[in-house]
Design a protein around this ligand. Structure first.
Ligand code: HEM
Length: 387
């Protein structure tokens, strides 16, 4: 890192988090989403905007970017944290100071010129045991820890499932990977349960979630971040056969998230268009004749993995989205209602999209939507008839 980038990194990990934390404590004491017009708030916000802006200008003025793509992505995260904090405190920083740098970093990487949730989990380089955060609040630590662990567990499940096609669904070696996928999906649920149990609802709503909002960079508005902006979840959907890359609704979900996932995740997202599901492979082999012992075991494991994926998605909907967003949004003042989602559409529209995804992932019966329910029933029937 150059001196200017080092200085920015040190500031983000130090004074930046202190300033945000002080502001959050003031807002929380007043039970306000944001406050303007208080001398203390205005002073703290002005220091944040001024010091961050000056450090970013120093990086920008050098007009030399790190050669290494990961280092550029990390620098984009630092600039993005500053911009997200300005948005959160509802102050407009000087676009001339940062927009050209954010765009120069983002364009060659093919990502949006803002911080993404992968800057909080997959690419969050720890220094002295501490992650990069917006605040030092315990609720942010809890959120980042369990959200990060859920993402790691999803990535582990995806890696296991992606290893199966090369072996074939009747391979005794594939049993190892499918067992691992089932265990990893169980971990997703376990981490989500820990998150729901330990995260303070008001703290999340008032002090953590507001950093994830959409904001402008240069002349364009970029949507906010959400914990689902990583490719593994979609690889699992498609490999389990619960979502189809040929379904226009699901294609829309994948296409929309490209600029918001980490650069290396985009390759995996792109590959899904031509990925055959393990469920279809299992049906084909079961229909071909009496199943071998490994095929039978692997088919049972695949059904277990589908159940695990369903349980985690239903939990997300009922125990995270509902209590941590939908309910508190109901008592937020009318002027903040338009600001409740990270993706832009009104909250109810976002929840409806999520409900459709949940029903696909859980293979629920849903009028007008083709879910994997008949295929899962077919696998069960084929296994039963062969026993
Ligand atoms: C307090 C905790 C959480 C809340 C309130 C929450 C809420 C939401 C909301 C509102 C969305 C829709 C985003 C939008 O379009 O605006 C979303 C998407 C998503 N969230 Fe969460 N979430 C939470 C935690 C998590 C965790 C821990 C995970 C696990 C990795 C997760 C995974 C996802 C996924 C996968 C999606 C996107 C759906 C997709 O594109 O596949 N969320 N979440």
């Amino acid at each position: 890192m150059t001196q200017a980038i080092d200085d920015l990194d040190r500031w983000i990990r130090g004074e930046f988090t202190d300033l945000n934390t002080k502001l959050e404590e003031i807002y929380f004491a007043e039970k306000a989403l944001v406050l303007r017009g208080s001398a203390e708030v205005d002073e703290l916000t002005a220091v944040l905007v001024r010091d961050g802006g000056s450090l970013i200008s120093k990086v920008s003025e050098r007009k030399v970017l790190p050669e290494n793509a990961d280092a550029r992505y990390e620098l984009l995260g630092m600039v993005g944290f500053y911009l997200a904090a300005c948005r959160r405190h509802e102050v407009e920083p000087d676009q001339a100071q940062f927009a050209s740098l954010a765009l120069a970093l983002a364009a060659p990487l093919g990502v949006a010129p803002r911080f993404a949730s992968s800057h909080q989990n997959i690419h969050n380089r720890s220094v002295g045991g501490s992650l990069t955060t917006f605040t030092t609040l315990d609720s942010e630590r809890v959120f980042l820890l369990y959200n990060g662990l859920s993402v790691m567990a999803y990535r582990r499940a995806a890696h296991a499932l992606l290893s199966v096609p090369a072996l074939g669904v009747s391979s005794p070696l594939a049993t190892y990977h499918l067992t691992d996928a089932v265990a990893a999906l169980r971990d997703v649920l376990r981490f989500s349960q820990a998150l729901a149990g330990e995260l303070d609802r008001d703290r999340f709503f008032y002090n953590i979630r507001p950093y994830f909002k959409s904001h402008r960079v240069g002349s364009r508005e970029f949507r906010g971040v959400n914990a689902g902006d990583f490719a593994a979840i979609n690889a699992i959907d498609v490999l389990l056969g619960l979502c189809s890359p040929h379904d226009p609704f699901y294609q829309g979900v994948i296409t929309e998230k490209y600029p918001y996932v980490a650069p290396k995740d985009q390759k995996l997202l792109r590959s899904l268009a031509t990925t055959e599901s393990l469920l279809d492979m299992v049906v084909r082999e079961l229909e071909a004749g009496p199943p071998s012992a490994p095929l039978r075991e692997n088919a049972e494991l695949l059904l277990d993995a589908c159940r695990g994926h369903a349980a985690a998605t239903v939990f997300h909907h009922n125990q995270l989205v509902a209590p941590f967003l939908r309910e508190p949004a109901g008592y937020a003042p009318p002027e903040h209602q338009a600001d409740m989602t990270t993706s832009g559409p009104p909250l109810e529209a976002v929840i409806e999209t999520l409900a459709r995804l949940r029903d696909l992932r859980a293979a629920h019966e849903r009028p007008g939507v083709a879910t994997a329910r008949p295929t899962l029933d077919r696998v069960r029937a084929l296994l039963q008839s062969a026993s």
